[in-house]
Design a protein. Structure first.
Length: 73
């Protein structure tokens, strides 16, 4: 299988490696930018499925918004 794409300077597997640090806000700013650029431009990540796919989908939805309104009840 070769569904990996290089977007924003990172491959899907490299985004995967950084995702937990990203979610923990432990990633350097320049790395965060790359991860966000990848997620914004790559739809292959969401196809890894399972938990990772759900996280990516949620992140992409959040990145598409400018307001930080918390989700309502
Ligand atoms: Zn990807």
């Amino acid at each position: 299988m070769s569904t990996e794409k290089s977007v924003g300077g990172l491959k899907c597997s490299e985004v995967l490696e950084r995702l937990s640090d990203y979610l923990d806000a432990e990633l350097a700013a320049e790395e965060r930018v790359k991860v966000e650029a990848h997620l914004a431009g790559c739809d292959a990540c969401t196809r890894f499925g399972g938990e990772f796919g759900a996280v990516v989908t949620a992140l992409r939805a959040r990145l598409g918004r400018n307001d930080d309104a918390p989700p309502g009840p």
